[in-house]
Design a protein around this ligand. Structure first.
Ligand SMILES: [Zn+2]
Length: 185
């Protein structure tokens, strides 16, 4: 599966545009909960809705079955998160949900927290939301600035509170290391 033509460039532009709207530099990290709020989405932990034990139980039955989902309630959008995740993973999950909204994806995924674990039925939209969300978290200007500092994916993950997987994915797929090396080396 591959992303539509021009998708990555669009995501980079949006990451910078939203930072600007929020009064942030293009190379600045963004608090995803604030970003969600900026887009009139409210982030809530699923433990506010169901007992935390149920969430742990669900996790034991099928790991990563439930990460996050967007619900529309009385005209308001809520991102419901699974609080059993690490902070880095939660950031990815919120960014993913925000991305669905920015990409105008329909709320068509099965939305069930208690009971049956669910999977979404549109893999292409899932791939897009993950790629777009990663760009929101770690846009190219941020990665370039980090690479100039000599920071690799591990350092980026630690400093910006994202998962190492996400830092590595963005760091490698944008080619910032090569770019910085070419300029300074
Ligand atoms: Zn999704």
């Amino acid at each position: 599966m591959s992303l539509p033509r021009g998708f990555k460039a669009h995501a980079e532009r949006e990451a910078v545009r939203l930072r600007k709207e929020m009064g942030l530099q293009s190379s600045a990290p963004v608090d995803v909960a604030q970003l969600a709020e900026h887009l009139q989405m409210k982030v809530v932990g699923a433990d506010k809705l169901v007992d935390i034990e149920r969430l742990h139980e669900l996790e034991r039955i099928q790991a990563f079955a439930f990460s996050a989902a967007t619900f529309e309630i009385a005209g308001r959008l809520f991102i419901v998160l699974n609080p059993v995740r690490s902070p880095g993973r939660l950031a990815s999950d919120v960014a993913h949900e925000v991305a669905h909204r920015l990409l105008d994806h329909q709320l068509s995924e099965v939305r069930e927290i208690e009971g049956i674990p669910f999977r979404t039925c549109k893999p292409d939209e899932e791939e897009q939301a993950t790629a777009f969300g990663g760009t929101l978290l770690l846009p190219r200007p941020l990665l370039t600035a980090a690479a100039y500092q000599g920071w690799g994916p591990d350092e980026i993950a630690k400093r910006y509170n994202v998962t190492t997987e996400m830092a590595r994915y963005r760091y490698n797929s944008t080619g910032v290391a090569r770019q910085v090396k070419a300029k300074t080396g």
